[in-house]
Design a protein around this ligand. Structure first.
Ligand code: SF4
Length: 431
């Protein structure tokens, strides 16, 4: 790690917060900052975005933990939306969020006037690919830039050497085949604009083939029984390259996924938290631990790639996976709502846990508690009860169940469980 990189301080881990609860989970698992969408002017229109009251709560929570809350305002607003945008920016100014994430220059102008105390972070959709663009945006008052995801590691390093501005890169999450997220496919095919956060993901639909002389006659193109995946971008995963990225002196590492669930958020945030801390403590000895890699393999994901950043010139660069729509071996078992010491505890069963089930859970099933410090503790559900104290053989999603454990999980901690063979097969699991 260069002296300049260390002087800049430990880089930030920036996680997605699709809801107030997800903000809490992201902070619990080690995020330094969380980015969220408000109910208006945010991409990811279908994430459970936060209303004004929730934004206030999320902001207060972040500040109580000495952490940060950023709000996405990264649509391209139309003329008729300007007045409501001004109102929204004033609201964010009053709440005191730590930054807004913006793409549109007009929005920047409005933010400078109506939310002057909020720093502006430039979205990856602005497609910043060189140091001259970085300087340009710096002159416009932008505090931080999320660099274009099409850049190679060498290009990122080159930009870092030419600028002292705050630089952020995506390290993990879903990608799509469009250029820096600019795409008309969804608007054209389903009248839902990707640039307004309404992408219907037609790139992942199933397509057929039509021969010129046989108009209207379609031929299926099948890779397997579920269809074909010609535009199915792999998921980005730069965990194993965190040493290289840390050494460059970047300011923030961003995780994609405001639409993703609690298990994804917890597992990915803690894996990258551990990686950043481990490298910061001892850069020379840094190696991506098998436990972190296992965590990332046990969330629902497409095959991983190091994207443009590290694999562009390698023989194995394939950004699109033609064969596998999704890999899913585990699922969210539940979220801990409470864990209290038991008044008359047997030595081996010390805590009474209240878990909100998110999957069907059976007597005898093993669930794994993900602790924020990196530990994972398996636990067999030999005996559990409903809220009235009735013994259960099975719990259904959204039921709250009680059981006793010899360890104390934290409130909002997540537990995962292995999918049954049948459920796994539905997601087209590769062996
Ligand atoms: S349609 Fe596909 S390629 Fe286009 S923005 Fe949506 S996810 Fe990306």
């Amino acid at each position: 790690m260069t002296r300049e990189a260390r002087k800049k301080g430990k880089p930030e881990l920036l996680a997605p917060g699709g809801s107030l609860e997800k903000c809490r989970i992201a902070f619990l698992y080690g995020a330094d900052a969380v980015y969220v969408g408000g109910k208006s002017f945010s991409l990811r229109a279908f994430a459970t975005n936060l209303d004004e009251e929730e934004l206030q709560k999320a902001c207060a929570l972040a500040h109580s933990l000495q952490k940060k809350l950023y709000v996405t305002v990264n649509v391209y607003p139309r003329q008729h939306e300007v007045q409501s945008l001004i109102k929204y920016l004033r609201t964010l100014e009053d709440i005191g969020v730590d930054a807004i994430i913006v793409t549109d220059p007009g929005t920047m102008l409005l933010a400078g006037k109506h939310a002057p105390s909020i720093p502006i972070h430039l979205s990856t959709q602005a497609n910043t690919t060189n140091s001259l663009s970085v300087h340009f945006w710096e002159k416009q008052g932008v505090r931080r830039i999320n660099l274009a995801r099409e850049l190679t590691f060498g290009e990122i390093k080159g930009i870092r050497e030419q600028s002292s501005m705050e630089l952020e890169v995506f390290v993990h999450g879903a990608m799509c085949v469009s250029y820096s997220g600019r795409c008309l496919l969804s608007a054209a095919m389903s009248a839902r604009s990707a640039n307004s956060g309404e992408c219907s993901q037609p790139c992942r639909w199933s397509y057929g083939l039509m021969e010129e002389k046989r108009p209207g006659q379609y031929f299926p193109i099948l890779e397997d029984s579920m269809g074909t995946y010609i535009f199915n971008s792999k998921d980005l995963c730069l965990l194993e390259k965190m040493g290289n990225l840390m050494a460059v002196g970047l300011d923030s590492f961003k995780i994609e996924g405001r639409m993703k669930g609690a298990l994804y958020l917890a597992a990915v945030t803690r894996a990258y938290r551990q990686a950043i801390d481990s490298h910061w403590q001892n850069p020379e000895a840094f190696v991506a631990s098998q436990a972190w890699i296992t965590d990332l393999s046990r969330i629902s994901h497409r095959p991983y790639t190091m994207g443009f950043t590290f694999s562009q010139n390698e023989d194995n660069w394939v950004g699109v996976d033609f064969e596998t729509p999704i890999i899913k071996t585990h699922t969210l078992a539940g979220i801990v709502r409470q864990a209290l010491p038991m008044p008359s505890a047997k030595p081996s069963l010390l805590f009474s846990v209240l878990l909100e089930a998110r999957s069907r859970l059976f007597k005898g099933q093993t669930i794994e508690f993900l602790f924020p410090d990196g530990n994972t503790i398996p636990f067999r559900l030999d005996e559990f009860h409903d809220e009235e104290g009735n013994t259960l053989q099975v719990a259904h999603p959204n039921m709250k169940i009680h059981f006793a454990t010899p360890f104390r999980p934290l409130k909002l901690q997540v537990a995962r469980t292995l999918l049954s063979e049948g459920e796994a097969a539905r997601h087209n699991i590769l062996p």
